[in-house]
Design a protein around this ligand. Structure first.
Ligand code: HEC
Ligand code: HEC
Length: 451
């Protein structure tokens, strides 16, 4: 996985190439001045073009992240290679004696070394060595509630939370939810104040009866609604059978359709588009799930943990994966295109929102079903369509890189899908190769045959 940043090596190589072109250009001009029989305009022009091409390559290099730089440097190497060939032609056609000044030989040498180096680092597994995440504190006898809730925060946001930036951890919650007062991005409830709500929700008439009644099994997850022991035993809390706020939060995570917040569900608010957090692809284990609840219960009262009701894990509890997946959370999401399709798609989180034929477990409901072989041509023909795509692949690419360019109609609900829910920054998470591969796959998705 490559970080979302430049690599000084590639930028430096690129600058060297431009400096080289400039030197060659100067040498050519000198030759032409010294000898009348050489067509100075022609050769000066040709090598001038190489100089400009190299300069533009270098300029472009500064705008790329490492993953793309690795690919782009090859184009510039090609330019330099052609330039060296033309140099050969120049010497031959004008019968220039000292064919290869030391500089040219040196650059030949460096281009070869550069190519070998590029090949080598491309082949090496890409790694970064960052300090271990602070929030991933190991479970020990002296773990405090503050540390446990912080573990939950890391599961939600990842270890590197930067103010003002959307960071997403293993739990993937910020993909859909917001947490600050007043920040409502669309289809998913703002989780500010959810601790308070957790106590009143369970008294609502809607909670008692809709979409299933208390004591009934919710069909999709098998969770018995409104019962402390209605969930998988590994995730149950101990203590009294009286329903409390913690039960509501746990149920929200393990059985989203047990209670669907008004206005945020499908099929008349009877079905939740939220994924079951204890199941794949997110798969939080019981300790991780409790850590998230501890964070939800304490996040609105910084430094104050009296509202937290989940117990601290005991040393025997299976450690939250934060300890071993911590390293994973450290790295920004990035796919190189070497991964297989399901790995790429799961890493990017598409299945949380989309149902994607051919990808196991991709049954997300927040966005349209990806049947792009049939959908894309219809979108392009739509009178509302103002994008630039003229065929299916272009449409899919545009949808991924610019989700707001066209907002899909949700036929079932008779309204547009919410804008601003699909993350607009996939361009930073995909190498050129990865986006090509992803587009090829998504462009061929079709509804499974009926029946
Ligand atoms: C794919 C989008 C998505 C993801 C990812 C997601 N949620 Fe949700 N969540 C929703 C939607 C939509 C609702 C509203 C419908 C419902 O009640 O289930 C919701 C509802 C909730 C509620 C109930 C809110 C209330 O006011 O009663 C809680 C709590 C919650 N989510 C917590 C989380 C946490 C914690 C995570 C991460 C571990 C998470 N969600 C991940 C979409 C998502
Ligand atoms: C947080 C939820 C979310 C995630 C994650 C997400 N999408 Fe979307 N996507 C949506 C929503 C909502 C729409 C419909 C609104 C729109 O058109 O922008 C959409 C629309 C699309 C469309 C247009 C579909 C059509 O039929 O016209 C494509 C293609 C698409 N997404 C692909 C992807 C891919 C590929 C990924 C992963 C790299 C992804 N999405 C991740 C929510 C999401």
């Amino acid at each position: 996985m490559l970080p979302d940043q430049h690599d000084i090596l590639w930028t430096f190589l690129s600058i060297l190439f431009t400096v080289f072109s400039l030197t060659v250009f100067v040498i050519i001009v000198q030759y032409c001045r010294e000898r009348d029989d050489v067509d100075g305009k022609k050769w000066g022009g040709i090598f001038g073009v190489f100089l400009i091409a190299n300069f533009l390559c270098t300029k472009h290099m500064f705008t790329l992240v490492q993953g793309d730089q690795l690919i782009f440097i090859w184009w510039q190497v090609l330019v330099v290679f052609v330039q060296l060939l033309v140099w050969g032609i120049f010497c031959k056609s004008d019968k220039i004696e000292s064919q290869s000044p030391p500089l040219i030989r040196a650059v030949f040498f460096w281009v070869v070394i550069g190519l070998l180096l590029a090949g080598y680092t491309n082949w090496l597994p890409q790694q970064r060595s960052d300090p271990p995440p602070k929030g991933g504190a190991a479970i020990s006898a002296d773990l405090t509630m503050e540390e446990f809730a912080d573990m939950g925060r890391v599961i939600v946001f990842g270890a590197k939370q930067v103010a003002g930036q959307k960071s997403i951890g293993k739990g993937q919650c910020p993909l859909c939810h917001t947490f600050e007062p007043g920040n409502n991005i669309g289809r998913c409830p703002n989780l500010f104040g959810v601790e308070e709500r957790s106590h009143t929700r369970i008294k609502e008439e809607r909670y008692l009866n809709l979409p299933v009644k208390i004591g009934e099994k919710e069909p999709a997850t098998g969770v018995v609604k409104g019962k402390r022991d209605g969930v998988d035993p590994a995730y149950q809390r101990g203590g009294s059978d009286d329903l409390n706020g913690e039960d509501y939060l746990r149920e929200s995570l393990m059985c989203p359709s047990c209670y669907v917040v008004t206005g945020f569900g499908k099929e008349g608010d009877t079905k939740s588009p939220m994924p079951v957090i204890s199941k794949p692809p997110i798969s939080l284990n019981p300790v991780e799930l409790n850590a998230v609840i501890a964070w939800l219960q304490s996040k609105d009262t910084p430094g104050e943990f009296s509202k937290v009701t989940v117990p601290l894990p005991s040393a025997e509890d299976s450690a939250p994966k934060a300890a071993d997946s911590g390293e994973e959370e450290e790295r920004p999401v990035f796919v190189t295109g070497e991964e297989d399709i399901p790995t790429m798609i799961n890493t990017l989180g598409c299945p949380l929102c989309h149902t994607i034929p051919g990808v196991e477990g991709a049954v997300g409901e927040l966005g349209p079903k990806l049947h792009e072989k049939t959908n894309a041509p219809l979108r392009i023909k739509d009178s509302r369509y103002e994008g630039k795509a003229t065929n299916t692949k272009e449409y899919v690419r545009e949808s991924i890189l610019c989700p707001g360019c066209y907002i899909v109609m949700n036929e079932a609900e008779g309204e547009l899908f919410p804008d601003g829910v699909m993350p607009p920054d996939f361009a930073n998470k995909l190498s050129v190769k990865a986006i090509d591969k992803l587009v090829d796959f998504i462009a061929n998705t079709e509804a499974p045959p009926a029946g």
